[in-house]
Design a protein around this ligand. Sequence first.
Ligand SMILES: Cc1ncc(COP(=O)(O)O)c(C=O)c1O
Length: 379
Amino acid sequence: MLAATSPLFDVYAQLPFEPVSGEGVHLRTAEGRKILDLYGGHAVACLGFGHPRVVETLARQAKELTFQTNAVPLEVRERAAARLLSFAPEGFDRVFFVNSGAEANENALRLAFIGSHRQKVVAVEHGFHGRSSAAAAVSFGAREKWYAFPQTPFEVHFVPRNDATALASAIDADTAAVIVEPVQGMAGAFELEPRFLKAMREVCTASGALLIFDEVQCGVGRTGFGFAAERCGVLPDILTTAKSLAAGFPVGAVMATEAVASRAGRGSLGTTFGGGPMACVLVETVIDTIETENLLENVRTLSERIRSTCRVGPVKHIRGAGFLLGLECDRPATEVRDALLTRDILVGTSTDINVVRLMPPLTLEAEHVAALAGALAEL
Ligand SMILES: Cc1ncc(COP(=O)(O)O)c(C=O)c1O
């Protein structure tokens, strides 16, 4: 709870420490504690804190040009889009930059409706896609818990995870899009079966519905691949991403094939801040750093190490992919999180009550995994 005197909305439960600085994968608190951050600010701090390339890029771009909108051409925006397309699975042709994950999904859904005359979207149970009206409409359980708007902007049908039969019967000629997180993040790092995602691709192609992969949380190297679409071998029509994409600077992106992008005529999509030079130059730096520091390999190797060494103490099973992992525990995740925090390790929880979520920086090292395994063994 925030103090009664706080000027802020009291809508987030507060963890019991105040970070004042960060270095590498550690946070420093106001009281001088050094906390190993395996949560990365909701999977945002993909290069940790104070990475020299991020700091240098921000300073250089701030001196050169802090902001201009999409109403003018910017070389740095063109370069960032080209770099993102080259990092993504082959098949996407265009990028629209926005500011957040919800905004990316809102625009992806809008693209699916433009000119389609269809009424419906199919989503997957336990998926989360953001807080804006269309993104929240396709987020499982939102209407019962926090949606608040009197109605959703279109009809939504949820199908159970990995149920290809339910999926096939939910999609018809009135379905504009199917939206899915290939690895569900908020749900506690639940990786959907490639078989299910392939079936989704086939039914979408047959019915003319667009397939949207929401890789806001699981994209940008987090699964040990540039994007999870590559990991599961399925190419969607639209791929959205955000969070890690600029290592902490707000940015989101919608990637689409030419056929889909060409639905959007002039004036049909818009944003003031999206595609600004500070965000775009960081997109380039993040992708470049992931490649030059061989971070995809690091994610794959250390993910295996977490799986092989951290099934100790309360952890009974480990699920997920790369550095989006769910530790299935024998007790509530909040208990495990709080106990780890007293040992100076920060982890996340999820909507699955017994699942602790790990989304550490991609720059994590073996010694940090050992620290986690040691702390878990003590619980
Ligand atoms: C998979 C997924 N999609 C969308 C969002 C919404 O992103 P944002 O909070 O940047 O709007 C989130 C946020 O947690 C997410 O995990």
